[in-house]
Design a protein around this ligand. Structure first.
Ligand code: NAP
Length: 256
């Protein structure tokens, strides 16, 4: 019989190794701090080495790995370096992402492809490279960082971004179907609006923020710490029987 103490313990990540892509800023840097705070050894991946080194300096035992996730050789090196140093990988937060709004009638097909390259194809590549190792281990948790825009449309013109994030949700379900019996769980986290470099312009624009306040049932965007619990839940044994799910953390945006 599990008691309350065990339930809390199931969120701990002591002895686990977690890779976070896009850890050089925004949500990724926050996710790395949260996993580290729960006891995990974190591997920080992104292109901006200075940012990664600064964060690694703050988190005991953290390892920065410069990695462009859209490059196959970089993805392989990320996993190889992690295994050389730590011998295992237990959690992947597939968080690296790009996107700038542009009306669909103007967005070039080339640009559409570039966004899919990072947000969907590279995310598959990282999940595959890490997943192979997790399948060998017979355990692992992958958290794909999608978006509410992968679930519903919006007045923000974001065709490539929405398509990539919707694709990531379908990929989450398909990897679940293929890997669940072999011990690897795959879930998606779908944040609503959070202030980061990606959304800086939007947060600086009064009309946009009035729109968010009007549209979100809770009447406001998310605060930085409001993804912490959901991320930790999906990454840890607290969600041991949860796979193939999309957890929206959006103040009710996708509920109405
Ligand atoms: P951000 O601050 O711009 O962070 C994006 C991260 O992705 C950066 O660390 C960037 O690092 C990394 N990245 C981009 N291209 C990369 C590449 N080719 N290789 C490796 N890393 C790459 O924005 P954010 O809001 O934190 O976004 C993080 C994730 O959350 C994204 O997937 C985004 O779509 C998702 N999301 C955000 C919100 C929101 O409201 N902020 C809402 C829903 C979903 P480098 O530039 O150093 O490579």
């Amino acid at each position: 019989m599990t008691d309350a103490h065990d339930a809390l313990e199931s969120f701990r990540l002591d002895g686990r190794v977690a890779i976070v892509t896009g850890a050089s800023s925004g949500l990724g840097a926050r996710f790395a701090r949260v996993l580290h705070g729960a006891g995990a050894t974190v591997v920080l991946a992104a292109r901006r080495s200075g940012r990664l080194e600064a964060l690694a300096g703050e988190l005991d035992g953290a390892m920065p790995v410069v990695c462009d996730v859209s490059q196959g050789a970089d993805r392989e090196r990320l996993v190889a370096t992690t295994l050389e140093r730590h011998g295992q990988v237990d959690v992947l937060v597939n968080n690296a992402g790009v996107g700038t709004p542009e009306p669909a009638e103007h967005e070039t097909v080339e640009r559409f492809g570039e966004v899919l390259d990072v947000n969907l194809i590279a995310a598959f590549g990282v999940a595959q490279a890490v997943g192979r190792r997790m399948l060998e281990q017979g355990s692992g948790s992958i958290v794909n960082v999608s978006s509410i825009l992968g679930m519903v449309g919006s007045q923000i013109p974001f065709a490539s971004y929405a398509a990539s994030k919707g694709g990531l949700i379908a990929l989450t379900r398909e990897l679940t179907a293929q890997w669940a019996r072999r011990g690897v769980r795959v879930n998606a986290l779908a944040p609503g609006w959070f202030e980061t470099e990606m959304t800086a312009e939007m947060f600086a624009d009064e009309r946009s923020m009035a729109w968010v306040a009007r549209m979100a049932p809770m009447g406001r965007p998310g605060a930085p710490h409001e993804l912490d619990g959901a991320l930790l839940f999906l990454a840890s044994d607290a969600s041991a029987y949860v796979t193939g799910q999309v957890l929206a953390v959006d103040g009710g945006w996708t509920a109405v």
